[in-house]
Ligand binder design. Structure first.
Ligand code: DX5
Ligand code: ZN
Length: 226
């Protein structure tokens, strides 16, 4: 089994003090810092750009797991790579050439990821498997934090895990992950769990407990101790 990673999404952080928030989630046990980039075009919300990634980078010790919800993505890959993103993930729906985009991410020396919207079938990644280090399966429609988990996607998680086979690919889920849903996605084969609302609720003094609750639920479903 691949190592379990918890990736808090800073979309739910206090944007007025992002550096502090990043340090707080890392101190609270985050494995990655998930950065949600939205363009108001591919998704109905606008959030973070390369300048913000660059500003956050010195505050983070853990990898920046950068989720591009932008179309087109290609013109910005280099900027996010230079800003300090560690993983760069593009949506399969963001353009006609995800294969080329993934090559560009790897050419920039970064870990490459492909993302599937809830309505996109797993077959969309069939010919991309040798170009990706991670596959992110959306368990809500992208655009906002705090939405309800879509349970039908659990089956897709299991199918994608099976398609990835023995390849060195992490399976990540994003949207509506809580201690209640974490076990179900982990049991289906997801090993990187993004969580926004469920990590940041209650403020900094609750981050440790919130991350631990998600980790425990996922670890138990994997038959491990957290
Ligand atoms: C949704 C983003 C998510 C989001 C998750 O478009 O990609 O990363 O922040 O937030 P929660 O965990 O609150 O659903
Ligand atoms: Zn995300």
């Amino acid at each position: 089994m691949r190592p379990l990673k918890i990736a808090p999404s800073i979309l739910s952080a206090d944007f007025a003090k992002l550096g502090e928030e990043v340090r707080a989630i890392e101190a609270a046990g985050a494995d990655y810092v998930h950065v949600d980039v939205m363009d108001g075009h591919f998704v109905p919300n606008i959030t973070i750009g390369p300048a913000m990634v660059y500003a956050i980078r010195p505050h983070a010790r853990k990898p920046l797991d950068t989720h591009l919800m932008i179309a087109p993505a290609d013109p910005y890959i280099e900027a996010f790579a230079k800003a300090g993103a560690d993983m760069i993930m593009i949506h399969v729906e963001a353009g006609p050439h995800p294969h080329r985009s993934l090559q560009a991410i790897r050419a920039a020396g970064k870990r490459a990821g492909i993302v599937l919207n809830p309505g996109t079938p797993e077959s969309a990644v069939a010919y991309l498997l040798d170009l990706v280090d991670q596959i992110l399966i959306m368990t809500v429609n992208p655009g906002f934090g705090g939405q309800a988990f879509i349970p039908e996607i659990i089956e897709k998680v299991a199918r994608v895990r099976a398609m990835a086979g023995e390849r060195d690919i992490d399976i990540e889920v994003d949207g509506g992950i809580t201690p209640q849903t974490a076990g179900r996605v982990a049991a289906a084969g997801a090993n990187v769990l993004v969580a926004g609302a469920a990590v940041f609720k209650g403020g900094p003094q609750a981050y440790g407990e919130n991350i631990a609750a998600i980790r425990q639920s996922a670890a138990a479903a994997r038959g491990e101790m957290a």
